[in-house]
Design a protein around this ligand. Structure first.
Ligand code: CUV
Ligand code: SF4
Length: 620
């Protein structure tokens, strides 16, 4: 029987090994959870106070109200707002850590990082109204970091990057009262409103959800991206290799998994240390092989072309190769299962963030102040561990696929010769039909990568330029869609543009926080055309999403005016009111709205229909 858990050949091979070895993975645990709780699936279960837990009967036979009188609509809306708040908090706290690092570097307290992109620093300073004249780079960085930290609790009443959007968009947000006032504030208010006995109006709750998500997209995530570029360099097109085959039989394999480039950048640096490389050789290894996974993988593949071992559902599979000396993690998307699994091998599972500890992990606290030394220590431990590798238990799949990544906004502009005009022209004359942003995770509810890859292929074949981030982009890397040669899979118009520019039809724009790059491009395109973001032939999709961060992303993309297709069902179907708000009324309120479509081919059709409608409304 065909194994439908993944379309990735390496995943399928590793799942076989897992079965032979009697090891469980997320797929097994997912099966064990089935059937999953119907109340939870519909969003109808509430634990917000201790008169509960309460659940609302979706069939109308059982209770229709919680102990407090909350209806299904209220419960669903509150639960959704909490998901958005958690997602926004995760992205924004990442943004805060990057901002704090910039502040420390500027103050001379943090010595292991430098400022790699002075131009970007100055451009951002200008945006924040900081004069650069007569100031040193350190001084500008200090002022910018202060201004950025201020965004988290700003009293000026709106976030700086809101100025990037066309005025029409700002008006829409203003009228609805959803201009985010401060990053932390919106998350705190979401928690307040969902506390017992506060906001019990579904529409009011959802509107605040949009505001909270905007503080992520145009706030926390945006700062994470922009200030990471300042500190670590703005990505440029770079070639690398992807999939589990990037693990080496001979070298010390270190997998870095999680999200913040603060850790991964230093590991990249330390892995080049000649002293450590000879230490690895002294242990009989061929060298040090640092590889990435998930979004931290995206961060270092965007900036350094570091090999990426896989996306979300491959984290356990990487351990099962038996070839990992260490899995090093910081925050987000790290399965707690890794501890027990690593213990079945010689693999050391190393946690580094005070915010994220795991059973079975060795904790090596990483902070910006002793970053390089800690990174070296982590690599040393991995090297020490190399002789413990049981060569008889090593199985590394052979497949690797090359990718070209690194498409920051700046890189796209420079590929276009400095302005967006050629892109706008290509859209106007229908060589490019429109643009679709495919983002988000893997989820064992979906055959791994099946939705990502098939949607991307279906879209490029119809001349839709696809831009990607996160695990979606890694799926495309593995499928060979991030290569300029993939232009042959594109429609004639898109293929012509790709060949002329030497770019792939699917552009990798980075990690999940880098969806802020996508927002920036969308805003700039709208300005160039003199229209609102909602008028653009542009759509979004999260074909295999699983995390609360993805919910926040979906919400800010929709709130920014962009139609978005979800490939797994959002837990809101227990409320017609909330479902209708998200999939219909949102269109009139903010221009963007959600659709749910689990079939990637049908999802692509939805996007194409949307793009075509927007084209004819623009008269192009
Ligand atoms: Ni942040 S959020 S599984 S790593 S994209 Fe990948 Fe991306 Fe989802 Fe996580
Ligand atoms: Fe039940 Fe209302 Fe308490 Fe929720 S807030 S647990 S619905 S009583």
């Amino acid at each position: 029987m065909k194994d439908t858990r993944s379309i990735d050949p390496t995943s399928l091979q590793m799942l076989k090994v897992a079965r032979e070895e009697g090891l469980e993975t997320a797929w097994d645990r997912y099966l064990a959870q089935r059937p999953q709780c119907g109340f939870g699936e519909l969003g109808l279960c509430c634990r917000n106070c201790n008169m509960g837990p309460c659940r609302i009967d979706p069939f109308g036979d059982g209770p229709q109200k919680g102990v407090c009188g909350a209806t299904g609509d209220i419960v669903v809306a509150r639960n959704l707002l909490r998901m958005i708040a958690a997602g926004a908090a995760a992205h924004s706290d990442h943004g805060r850590d990057v901002t704090e690092t910039l502040r420390g570097v500027a103050a001379g307290e943090i010595k292991d990082y430098t400022i790699k992109d002075e131009n970007k620093l100055k451009a951002l300073a200008l945006e924040f109204g900081i004069s650069t004249e007569g100031k040193t780079v350190q001084e500008i960085a200090g002022k910018l970091a202060e201004a950025a930290l201020e965004e988290f609790g700003t009293r000026k009443g709106y976030l700086q990057a809101i100025d990037r959007v066309p005025s029409k968009r700002k008006e829409i947000w203003g009228k609805l009262g959803i201009i985010p006032r401060g990053i932390d504030r919106e998350v705190v208010e979401a928690m307040h409103r969902t506390h017992f006995g506060v906001d019990n109006d579904p529409a009011n709750l959802i509107l605040h959800g949009l505001r909270c998500s905007l503080s992520d997209g145009w706030g926390g995530s945006l700062l994470a991206t922009e200030l990471s570029d300042v500190l670590f360099g703005t990505p440029r097109p770079v070639r690398g290799r992807s999939n589990l085959g990037v693990l080496s039989k001979e070298a010390v394999n270190i997998l870095v998994h999680g999200h913040e480039p603060i850790l991964s950048e230093m590991l990249v640096e330390a892995a080049k240390d000649p002293g450590l490389i000879s230490a690895a050789r002294a242990k009989g290894a061929g060298g040090i092989n640092l590889v990435g996974m998930c979004c931290t993988g995206n961060e270092i593949l965007m900036r350094h072309g570091v090999p990426v071992a896989g996306n979300f559902l491959q984290q356990e599979l990487a351990v099962i190769t038996g070839a990992l000396e260490a899995v090093v993690v910081d925050v987000q998307c790290i399965m707690p299962a890794l501890g027990q699994l690593a213990a079945c091998y010689h693999t050391k599972f190393i946690s580094t963030s005070p915010k994220a500890k795991f059973p079975g992990a060795i904790h090596i606290p990483f902070n910006e102040h002793n970053a390089l030394e800690t990174a070296r220590e982590i690599i040393r431990q991995a090297i020490e561990n190399y002789p413990n590798r049981d060569k008889n238990r090593v199985f590394i799949p052979e497949e690797t696929t090359e990718y070209v990544a690194g498409f920051s906004v700046e890189a796209i502009l420079s590929a276009l010769g400095g302005t967006l005009t050629p892109l706008v022209e290509a859209v106007k004359n229908n060589k490019i039909r429109g643009i679709a942003a495919l983002v988000g995770c893997n989820n064992p509810k979906v055959t791994q990568d099946y939705n990502h890859v098939n949607m991307a292929k279906a879209l490029i074949a119809r001349d839709v330029l696809v831009i990607e981030t996160g695990c979606a982009a890694i799926a495309s890397a593995k499928a060979g869609l991030l290569l300029p040669e993939a232009a042959e899979l594109a429609g004639a118009g898109l293929a012509e543009v790709c060949r002329a520019l030497g770019v792939p039809p699917v552009l990798h724009m980075g990690s999940c926080v880098d969806i802020s790059r996508i927002l920036t491009v969308a805003a700039a395109l709208a300005r160039e055309l003199g229209v609102d973001i909602a008028d653009l032939p542009v759509a979004g999709a999260a074909p295999e999403w699983m995390s609360e961060k993805a919910v926040s992303i979906g919400a800010y993309v929709v709130a920014s005016g962009i139609f978005t297709v979800l490939g797994t069902v959002l837990p809101v179907l227990g409320s017609n009111v909330v479902a209708d708000l998200l999939t219909r009324q949102a269109k009139d309120l903010v221009g963007g709205y959600f659709a749910v479509e689990t079939d990637p081919f049908k999802a692509a059709e939805l996007i194409i229909a949307h793009i075509d409608a927007k084209r004819s409304a623009l008269g192009i």
